[in-house]
Ligand binder design. Structure first.
Ligand SMILES: [Zn+2]
Length: 267
């Protein structure tokens, strides 16, 4: 069986480690810092087989080169580095595009291009199989629990389309995003939809987890479809709230999303 462990980095990043507890092989997702990763794989006697990258930001890639050096010195074996094609990350030796399928640790991952936060952002989806009972989604800084990434490079239309792609995965899919932003995102969600009981209840559940220093992740696609305001832009009550805040009429779902993202940027 495969399992996933969160390695904490920086202020609020999670570097996900996918590991096979029989073979002790592992795959690391978005290593922005090599130090906590080396500590974790050394302490758990793991062998690094591959690195997955979602996009080019430093807090997702700066640990890649030192990790490759570390792995090479230790085992002499080559580590595959998967990531978006056509970008500036030199260490990538397995560039990926929309619709690609890869096999790692005996399980399959499907690739989606999900521009918006950056133009090169990709996600990794692994369907349920005998090695893991729930589907997995590694979505970097595109979909956060109760939120979404800032639009540094892409347009609102690109981001909305990307979020819809991710939200269309099966409801039971476990969502592994890269930051512990959930409580801050939920306080925004409550400002947007103050009378939504589901968001209120979920906020309380996440507060309890954070009090004991537990991650609020993974979330699930089912949960996100109920509590993530950026996935609810077609809803009448959300559109009214956004219109009231922006003090203008809002049109369709994309117009609502655009105003909502701007509201969050100044929240
Ligand atoms: Zn980023």
């Amino acid at each position: 069986m495969l399992s996933i462990y969160p390695i904490k980095a920086f202020q609020d990043n999670y570097i996900w480690c996918i590991q096979n507890n029989q073979s002790n092989d592992c795959v690391i997702v978005d290593p922005g810092d090599e130090k906590p990763v080396i500590d974790y794989i050394t302490n758990n006697h793991l062998t690094l087989k591959a690195i997955l990258i979602t996009h080019h930001h430093y807090d997702h890639v700066d640990g890649v080169a030192p990790l490759l050096t570390y792995a090479e010195q230790l085992s002499g074996s080559k580590v595959d580095v998967f990531g978006p094609a056509n970008n500036r990350i030199k260490a990538i030796n397995k560039p990926l595009r929309e619709g690609d399928h890869i096999a790692l640790l005996g399980t399959e991952f499907m690739i989606n291009e999900v521009p918006g936060h950056t133009l090169d952002h990709i996600s990794y989806f692994s369907p349920q199989d005998p090695l893991h009972s729930a589907p997995w989604l590694f979505c970097g800084d595109t979909l956060f629990s109760a939120g979404c990434g800032r639009l540094f490079e892409g347009s609102p239309a690109q981001m909305l389309k990307s979020l819809k792609t991710l939200a269309s995965y099966p409801p039971v899919t476990e969502v592994y995003c890269t930051h512990e932003y959930t409580l801050a995102n939920l306080s925004f969600a409550q400002a947007v939809l103050p009378s939504d009981a589901t968001i209120k209840d979920y906020t309380n559940a996440c507060k309890i987890k954070r009090k004991s220093n537990q991650p609020t992740l993974p979330s699930t696609i089912a949960t996100e479809r109920h509590i993530n305001p950026f996935l609810l832009c077609a809803r009448d009550d959300l559109q009214s709230s956004v219109a009231q805040h922006a003090q203008t009429a809002v049109g369709d779902e994309l117009d609502t999303f655009t105003h909502l993202r701007a509201w969050k940027d100044s929240f």
